[in-house]
Write a protein that binds this ligand. Structure first.
Ligand code: ADP
Ligand code: MG
Length: 568
């Protein structure tokens, strides 16, 4: 600490570059400070530091780290407490640019595995970004000293050293319960669980917090779909709606809450924090939202299960497009999801291509099958389950033709679900759609594609350029990967992680000779064994702003890469 103080005194008033001298490790009273990266000027990406706190001096108990899930939860809890302590802190006068700024990669409503806080066997590492203070481009040594010797110690004291045992224990308990529900889903072949009392609607389209409870109809499962799950840390079992494998149809009038349910299920691949309203809404971890995305690129996908005989004889068993239509994009996204091991498809009519979803009797009469390349999803959804064990949850208020193929029909009425399977089946019996079934007996093959290593080229001019811009864009060399319609990507830190992984795949030449499915397996294995940070350039120095993406989202990025090339 004294050494750092002396250094700062020495460089006070010098050019900003002089800050480079403070790189290194310093012992403070309550922790060790590692200054890993020093920014080049006040306007550049902030400097990166790690705070290393001895675990033995905190209330963290060994049993709280018994499972991987618990460890992630504790890290998340610490990250939140640090974020809160930073918020409570008066901003230090830091001068120009980012000077004085202190940030941690702050978690949102979901609990994700992150690199911001890392529990090792003896220490807690907390990764922070800070803006080193400057006046113009001159070092403000005194302000920097205040940051390091007053503000940071205070943040550390009022976060990781002020954790309350009872509060941390609550997060561990919730973690155990969420894990228990996930185990139950697996054991009982359910694809999703929505607990009674859950609050599903969000504040707004751009605010992921729960809608004010006064305005909410809490979720209440129909009796026939109700399941009760015994959970740890509570006396009575939790009750709610269990959605079985197979084809589930969600119907109901407009504005009656259909999309809200499917979005909650979509998000249920992640655990949520207490108070979110969806903490007991959990779904199969390989549930994949699929939607239309006209304009996206498609690279050598066999979409022939859905689309055949395009005009001018364009092939569909090896289909590519720089500018897909709504229906071809949705078909390709489904096939790619299966290739990447999705087990549940989530589809909302609001974001689907109509001609991909339905083709009714009258249309079949007017436009004969030879003239319609598309076999609608309705003729494929059952085969997907029978042949590939892939379930579908489908929001469809606009066509009763789906009654024939649904295993379960849920009607949303004023935000309350009712099971209406029998009634729907009765209607289906009494009023035949008259449709001809299209597309043959079998779903069709899913090809396993092998990308070539030339697919990933991060060069831009003389340098390599890979970076995430917000939640939905990755710049990779000369091209942008657009992820706007990859709806389960939930945190910009996941996007950053995907960018890092893609860069890693390029540098290590992992693309050559692996199918996409194998590639994803290999990435996931390394992630489990060596951590997310192992994909970064300096895994031992501040990898602090990454969150774990699912392999399905990594595949989505790869599939949207405009330079993707497939080995023939
Ligand atoms: P649909 O897809 O059936 O047209 P949405 O799911 O889009 O309906 O919901 C319509 C509106 O109702 C949205 O603004 C949503 O936030 C709100 N909403 C959804 N579920 C509830 C609920 N349980 N309680 C109160 N408002 C809700
Ligand atoms: Mg809707």
């Amino acid at each position: 600490m004294h050494k750092l103080r002396n250094l700062l005194e020495k460089i006070d008033g010098r050019g900003y570059k002089a800050y480079k001298e403070i790189r290194g490790s310093y012992k403070f009273k309550d922790y060790r400070l590692h200054i890993d990266h020093v920014q080049g000027d006040p306007f550049a990406t902030p400097s990166k530091i790690r705070i290393e706190v001895p675990k033995s001096r905190t209330i963290i108990k060994e049993e709280w780290e018994l499972t991987r899930e618990r460890k992630i939860r504790i890290e998340d809890t610490i990250a939140r407490s640090v974020a809160m302590a930073i918020q409570d802190q008066d901003k230090c006068a830091g001068g120009s640019g980012m000077g004085g700024m202190i940030t941690i990669d702050q978690p949102g409503q979901e609990v994700l595995e992150r690199t911001a806080v890392n529990l090792s066997s003896n220490s807690i590492f907390i990764c922070l970004s800070i803006g080193l203070p400057a006046k113009g481009r001159t070092v403000l040594g005194q302000q920097a000293e205040k940051m390091f010797s007053v503000i940071l110690p205070h943040i550390v004291r009022s976060s990781v050293y002020s954790l309350e045992e009872a509060a941390v224990l609550e997060t561990v308990k919730l973690c155990d319960q969420q894990t228990a529900i996930r185990d139950y889903l697996k054991k009982e072949n359910l694809v999703a669980f929505v607990a009674n009392g859950s609050v599903l609607p969000r504040k707004s389209g751009i605010n992921d917090r729960p809608l004010n409870v006064d305005n909410v109809v809490p979720f209440q499962s129909p009796g026939s779909l109700e399941v009760s799950i015994t959970l740890p840390h509570r006396d009575t079992p939790i009750t709610g709606m269990g959605i079985k494998e197979g084809v589930t149809l969600v119907v109901g009038g407009g504005y009656h809450g259909k999309s809200t349910v499917i979005v909650a299920i979509e998000r249920g691949v992640y655990d949520h924090i207490a108070g979110d309203g969806r903490e007991y809404v959990l779904s199969h971890n390989a549930a994949m939202k699929v939607r239309a995305e006209d304009g996206r690129r498609i690279t050598n996908v066999n979409i022939s299960p859905f689309i055949k005989n395009l005009p001018f004889g364009k092939t569909t068993s090896n289909f590519s497009s720089e500018n897909a239509s709504g229906s071809t994009s949705q078909a390709a996204t489904i096939i790619e999801s299966i290739e990447a091991k999705a087990k549940v498809l989530l589809i909302d009519e609001d974001t689907s291509a109509t001609n991909f979803m339905i083709r009714d009797k009258r249309m079949q009469q007017l436009v004969s099958k030879e003239k319609e390349p598309i076999t609608p999803f309705i003729d494929k959804v059952k085969q997907l389950y029978q042949e590939y064990s892939i379930s579908t949850i489908l929001v469809m208020g606009g066509s009763g033709d789906y009654f024939d193929v649904a295993d379960t029909v849920i009607l949303m009425d004023q935000y309350k679900p009712h099971e209406v399977t029998d009634k729907a089946k009765e209607i289906a019996r009494d009023t035949a759609t008259g449709r001809d079934i299209e597309g043959g007996e079998l779903f069709g093959d899913i090809d396993q594609r092998k990308p070539t290593s030339a697919s990933l080229d991060s060069r831009k001019g003389k340098r390599s350029k890979v970076s995430a811009r917000g939640l939905k864009t990755i710049q990779f060399g000369m091209t942008d990967i657009k992820l706007d319609y990859v709806e389960q990507l939930t945190d910009p830190s996941q996007t950053r992680a995907i960018a890092e992984i893609l860069h890693f795949l390029e540098k290590k030449n992992w693309l050559e000779n692996l199918t996409i499915a194998h590639l994803l397996e290999k990435v996931e294995k390394q992630m489990n064994q060596k951590g997310l940070e192992s994909f970064t350039e300096f895994p031992n120095q501040h990898p602090g702003d990454l969150a774990r993406p699912r392999m399905l989202e990594l595949a989505s990025a790869l599939n949207r890469l405009r330079t993707l090339k497939i080995n023939k």
